[in-house]
Design a protein around this ligand. Sequence first.
Ligand code: ZN
Length: 47
Amino acid sequence: MNGIDPYQPGESVYECVECNGRVRTDDHMASCDGCGGDVRNIAVPRE
Ligand SMILES: [Zn+2]
């Protein structure tokens, strides 16, 4: 048995540049749910 890999393919982590909130989602995200600020994708999918 292999160890469980917590990384989910297709999942991204976005960090809000306004409130620094992090949101994990498997969808594209354009703005922060909390404050509506810009978000950036901080998760780099592994090849
Ligand atoms: Zn925010």
